[in-house]
Ligand binder design. Structure first.
Ligand code: TRP
Length: 334
């Protein structure tokens, strides 16, 4: 039997899961868990780097994230869910890795640069936030992950993790696996406003735990084809969120083609397509809502899944740390 390759993925627990998360990562994780040894890290320490003033929010969202994972089909028998703060060895590893990268390298990280701009930190970037790519490298290297499934914005983190691993390995001897990114083929899902990215902060998301009424209301407000004034005007289906969502969530390709044909000819109104889309999304979400309800009735079970996963994950990182301490000669007492 060949050894399975190891995957590490992670999320900051900062808000509800939405359809964009489903299309961009959750769906992928559900299928990857069969072929790979998959660890999923709830990155609460990383979330605190820009939410240190609101720890309650992070705490509340950890349970939300757990319920979301389990209700979309992450199977705790196959995937290991770990909470970052309860693996203190990751913090220890971060300190050693800080010596492997320069301030200038960190300053060049385009994702962090962007976030610093968006958050308006200017000269007042907290050190914890500025250095979170090192902590993320510790996550990835601590777990000895071969593969990290990511969206494009996370590519610089993987690149820097690799640089840090190489530097460490060449200074102290082979210690870390060099991780590779696994870019998912699924394009990111646009928001209901047609903006490129669905995101809580842009207020353009359909959440996995939205009620069916909320879904209908959001779909009815959806941005469609701005060039189309009347239902009888020929419409555009490409780059039209209605059809992007239909293609992402509906299995009946024939029905989609039929809608597309009529839409282009001006033979179907937005309202009819929207009503059908809301129905399709609600059919997709209903079993997820049901499963979530079941887990909500058994929170101790959810907590024990997280505890067991964390113990297993911590074991892996502790093993890595034995190698690291040996490499940097801090293994004083064996
Ligand atoms: N930075 C990731 C995000 O914002 C979360 C994360 C933390 C992560 N540690 C990780 C992702 C390790 C992959 C591997 O979504």
């Amino acid at each position: 039997m060949s050894k399975k390759e190891r995957i590490l993925t992670g999320d900051r627990p900062t808000g509800p899961l939405h359809l964009g998360h489903y299309v961009g990562s959750l769906k992928n994780r559900v299928s990857l868990q069969d072929e790979y040894e998959q660890f999923i890290l709830i990155a609460d320490i990383q979330a605190l780097t820009d939410n240190y003033d609101n720890p309650q929010k992070i705490k509340d969202n950890i349970l939300e994230l757990m319920l979301g994972y389990l209700s979309v089909g992450i199977n705790p028998e196959k995937s290991t869910i770990v909470i970052q703060s309860q693996v203190p060895e990751l913090a220890e590893l971060t300190v050693y890795l800080m010596n492997m990268i320069t301030v200038a390298q960190l300053e060049r990280n385009p994702t962090v640069k962007n976030e610093i701009r968006q958050k308006g930190y200017r000269e007042n970037v907290p050190v914890g936030f500025f250095t979170y790519p090192i902590s993320q490298a510790a996550d990835i290297l601590g777990f000895q992950a071969n593969l990290v499934p990511v969206g494009e914005d996370q590519l610089p983190m993987i690149e820097q993790s690799r640089e840090i691993a190489r530097r460490f390995n060449s200074l102290y001897g082979q210690t870390f696996v060099e991780p590779k990114e696994m870019l998912s083929e699924v394009p990111r899902l646009c928001g209901i406003d047609g903006k490129e990215k669905m995101s809580k902060s842009l207020n353009n998301a359909i959440n996995l735990n939205d009620s069916s009424d909320a879904v209908l209301e959001k779909v009815m407000k959806m941005y469609t084809d701005p060039t189309r004034v009347r239902a009888t005007d020929p419409g555009h289906t490409e780059n039209n969120p209605l059809f992007i969502y239909l293609n992402a969530f509906h299995n009946d390709k024939k029905e989609i083609e039929e809608f597309e044909g009529r839409y282009r000819l001006g033979k179907v109104g937005d309202i009819e397509v929207k009503k059908r889309l809301a129905e399709i999304l609600n059919n997709f979400l209903e079993p997820i809502r049901q499963k979530k309800k079941e887990y909500e009735k058994n929170i101790p079970l959810v907590n024990s899944i997280l505890k067991k996963g964390t113990e297993k994950g911590r074991g892996v990182v502790q093993q890595t740390m034995r190698l690291v301490r040996k490499a940097v000669k801090t293994d004083y007492f064996g």
